[in-house]
Design a protein around this ligand. Structure first.
Ligand SMILES: [Zn+2]
Length: 402
């Protein structure tokens, strides 16, 4: 973020395969690639980032995660579209580009409002499918060259968005410069990312995985944008991924006015100690405590001869399973609504992913909710499971049974 080399390692998880590298049966016998999963703290700007960067070609070209499989997310991005239409006074002539657009989850509602949209996403297959469904999506990693080509061919965009994508990118200077090429003087860069404050307060350590290079705060981002003659002028808290921030960034000299709320966010971040290394050392200790709590709980349940299964095979689940060493000897299977993952095995831990209907067929005693951000809708959906004597285990912030 700030180019300082004053980095200190604060969190060390175990080496793990890429969190979305699910395996088919024949791949189980082959050796998997494990990469270090450790986090550095920048003592100058307070940025939190991975120590090792896995090539984006490995992580994103054959991406499995399709955003619109989650109805909660679809609703979230409908709200997002409404928010930017109102806040930035967009109209039918507006052109919006989304970086890491996936299957068009944000661009879809914007297009329905009559706007011109363009997605950019390196996941070749997802990009192709999105294009077929009417959301034009270029299968590229964004850089200055790609941005220049887009600006020539499609024109400049009033708004460029990057949702749950910005923190995935190693070379942020390149991205910020690319966005500057794509936007006019009053153009706005909107970024949504899991917020470091929620990450720390809710102990969301399992959101550490190779795709997430950065763990972002307003204070650290300020240093980045300042170097590129840009500034965050507005921000909104949203609930996705356990607590995220949607920020609005402008070019220096544009018509947008910086709101006081930005100063307030930075003051809160400093008050919470986000700029201090001790905060992260304490956090690392909390991860260890929770590891003991959850693994002991699971062992006790297994000792009673009970059956435990997992709900959700999200990327973050694989950080938790690998670091806590939870494999098929503890979880019989994991259910996930994504058809892409069903029939495959979790990376590193080799637990099979099954369709949701398997819960009704096998009637397990406990469900460990790995997709904890969807815990409430799941528990509502499985009211009968609960009535029949089943229980849920929620792994974060402190592992507990519901
Ligand atoms: Zn820094």
């Amino acid at each position: 973020m700030c180019k300082s080399k004053k980095l200190k390692k604060v969190i060390k998880l175990s080496p793990t395969p890429p969190a979305n590298a699910f395996l088919n049966k024949s791949q189980l016998k082959k050796k998997e690639d494990f990469f270090p999963l450790e986090v550095n703290f920048c003592q100058k700007c307070g940025q939190l980032q991975l120590t090792h960067v896995v090539s984006p070609e490995i992580l994103f070209r054959n991406y499995l995660y399709v955003s619109s499989t989650s109805p909660v997310f679809v609703a979230h991005f409908e709200e997002y579209a409404e928010d930017i239409i109102k806040r930035l006074k967009l109209n039918k002539n507006s052109f919006i580009i989304d970086i890491g657009s996936n299957d068009g989850i944000l661009l879809n509602p914007l297009k329905k409002n009559g706007m011109k949209v363009l997605g950019v996403d390196p996941a070749v297959e997802i990009a192709m499918k999105a294009t077929k469904k009417g959301i034009p999506t270029l299968p590229f990693f964004l850089n200055r060259k790609v941005a220049t080509d887009i600006a020539k061919k499609y024109g400049m965009a009033e708004v460029v968005c990057a949702n749950n994508a910005f923190a995935h990118i190693n070379d942020l200077d390149e991205i910020v410069e690319s966005v500057k090429i794509l936007t006019p003087k009053d153009g706005v860069f909107v970024i949504e990312f899991p917020y470091l404050v929620d990450f720390l307060e809710k102990n969301l350590f399992d959101t550490i995985y190779h795709e997430h290079v950065s763990y972002l705060s307003i204070r650290a981002l300020t240093a980045l944008f300042k170097r590129h003659s840009m500034e965050i002028f507005d921000a909104k808290k949203v609930t996705s991924h356990g607590g995220s921030l949607r920020i609005f960034v402008k070019k220096d000299g544009s018509k947008h006015i910086v709101k006081n709320i930005i100063r307030e966010y930075i003051e809160i971040e400093i008050k919470l100690g986000l700029n201090k290394i001790q905060t992260y050392k304490k956090f690392a200790k909390k991860i260890e405590d929770n590891k003991k709590r959850l693994t002991n709980l699971l062992k006790q349940i297994k000792a009673q001869g009970k059956v435990i299964v997992g709900y959700g095979a999200p990327a973050k689940g694989n950080t938790l399973l690998n670091y806590f060493k939870i494999g098929p000897e503890i979880l019989d299977y994991i259910v996930d609504d994504s058809e892409y993952k069903q029939g495959l095995y979790t990376p590193g831990t080799h637990i099979i992913v099954a369709p949701f209907s398997k819960i009704a067929e096998t009637k397990p005693d406990y469900i460990l909710i790995l997709a904890w951000n969807f815990a409430q809708p799941l528990m509502d959906k499985l009211a009968d499971f609960k009535k029949g004597g089943g229980s849920f285990i929620i792994p974060v912030p402190d592992a507990h049974i519901v």
